[in-house]
Design a protein around this ligand. Structure first.
Ligand SMILES: [Fe+2]
Ligand SMILES: [Fe+2]
Length: 449
């Protein structure tokens, strides 16, 4: 280190350097150059982008409701983190940016392999125990190697990402614990962990300072081709009769002959069933390639909002003492859209539905007004925020979808026949159930609680 004479500085008693760091530390931390920081940020951007893809590839098919919820949240955070990192790279003397190029073939091989999971446990192990752990480690390295004044805008972004990654890690650890109750499960987890970790180390990690590990046993699952996602939506063993279409909930909450508490509960149930939207948006995100990054940010936000709507339904059920999986939670929409429609058709249908939620007298405002009549504070809160989110979604659809078809009018026209085709598919899917009525039982339970 440079030998310095310590200066006596009169700072008038006010913290110098905007309170960010002391003179001593600021002088000590000379660390990474601009080029080195850009290099690491590009690697971090790449890994996060691939994590985002991994979540979109597995959200629908992963059966556990709670994992779907977390994937929806974390993939949105990843999209936002990539956005900030990409913008920062653009500020660092960088054009051409090459933000969507592979920065390191070995990192690519690791991510190509990590997406090839066969169980929820492997998904958690690869994503959280190995890759996100490395993200936290690499951010700490970068923060310690970079000057907090010279590189302050990077510092700020990384501190935010680190904070969110640490929260994610708490969830990841707990999910891992729950999924490894036996020695056998722990060994299964260990095997996949070693496999991915070996590849991560072969790439040197994100900051290129990890040492190679001894090659574990186990064969590679990936090849040069893009991973084919399984778009069939699945729910775990707690959910039953997911194709039952006996309850026409949309008509119940509009039915003025029903008491307000039942109408409001029909809306809460409608929120709960919105898990099918993330299940059908995730494949749209995975399969739609080469869009500007903002497309992935916007659609990920919308996906996360729809997860939140389902969770608001879950909360509404909880407020009445009813487990969210007790009665049928519809799977027809995501099943049919993911298997019989193209991503663009599925997106157009989604936007079509959301456009139709906008009219005051029949749409989201109406739902909120029905909720207000019930004096149920949970329901009022749910509908209030749900309405705000849906206005945003209609805008997102207009921004990304309408240009595919020309004008709004054209997009709306293209959607109409699709809706008919979809209704037919849904009807056929509904025949998978004996369609025993279940809504009256739920209403009885509501009346008791
Ligand atoms: Fe929604
Ligand atoms: Fe929406």
């Amino acid at each position: 280190m440079m030998n310095m004479k310590k200066a006596e500085i009169d700072n008038l008693g006010i913290p110098p350097l905007a309170g960010i760091v002391s003179y001593e530390e600021a002088v000590r931390q000379t660390g990474y150059s601009v080029d080195q920081v850009v290099n690491v940020l590009k690697r971090l951007n790449y890994v996060k982008k691939r994590l985002h893809q991994m979540a979109t590839a597995h959200l629908a098919t992963t059966p556990e409701w709670e994992i779907k919820c977390a994937l929806g949240y974390h993939l949105w955070l990843d999209s936002e983190h990539c956005k900030s990192i990409r913008e920062r790279i653009g500020e660092m003397r960088e054009p051409p940016l090459h933000l969507d190029e592979v920065p390191d073939q070995r990192l690519k091989e690791m991510m190509d392999e990590a997406i090839h999971v066969e169980t929820s446990l492997e998904l958690i192990v690869g994503m959280y125990n190995v890759i996100r752990t490395e993200i936290i480690r690499s951010i700490r390295v970068l923060l310690s190697e970079t000057n907090p004044i010279a590189n302050q805008p990077t510092f700020r972004i990384l501190k935010i990402i680190l904070m969110e990654e640490q929260e994610i890690a708490v969830w990841g650890d707990q999910a891992y614990q729950s999924l490894t109750p036996s020695k056998e499960k722990q060994l299964e987890a260990e095997a996949w962990k070693n496999h991915i970790q070996y590849m991560l180390h072969a790439a040197g990690g994100i900051t290129q300072d990890l040492q190679p590990l001894k090659k574990p046993s186990g064969t590679k699952r990936s090849n040069e081709k893009k991973y084919e996602m399984d778009a069939i939506p699945r729910r775990d063993h707690r959910f039953k009769d997911s194709f039952n279409q006996s309850a026409t909930i949309d008509s119940y909450y509009k039915d003025e002959n029903r008491p307000y508490h039942e109408r409001v509960f029909a809306m809460i149930y409608k929120r709960l069933r919105e898990m099918d939207v993330p299940e059908w948006m995730a494949p749209i995100l995975y399969k739609t390639e080469d869009k500007p990054w903002q497309y992935y940010v916007d659609l990920s936000r919308q996906l996360w909002d729809e997860v939140r709507h389902a969770m608001l339904g879950e909360i509404g059920m909880y407020s009445k003492g009813i487990p969210f999986y007790k009665y049928p939670v519809d799977l027809k929409a995501s099943m049919t859209l993911n298997t019989e429609f193209t991503p663009l058709e599925a997106h157009l249908l989604l936007w079509h539905i959301e456009q139709n939620l906008m009219p005051q007298a029949t749409g989201k405002q109406y739902e909120w007004e029905v909720a207000k009549q019930s004096n149920n504070p949970v329901a009022i809160m749910i509908q209030d925020y749900d309405w705000a989110d849906e206005v945003l979604h209609a805008q997102i659809g207009r921004r990304w979808l309408v240009p595919e078809f020309g004008k709004i009018k054209d997009a709306l026209e293209k959607g109409a026949p699709l809706r008919e085709r979809w209704a037919q598919s849904m009807k056929v899917a509904g025949d998978r159930s004996k369609n025993q009525p279940w809504w009256p039982e739920l209403v009885d339970e509501l009346n008791m609680n």
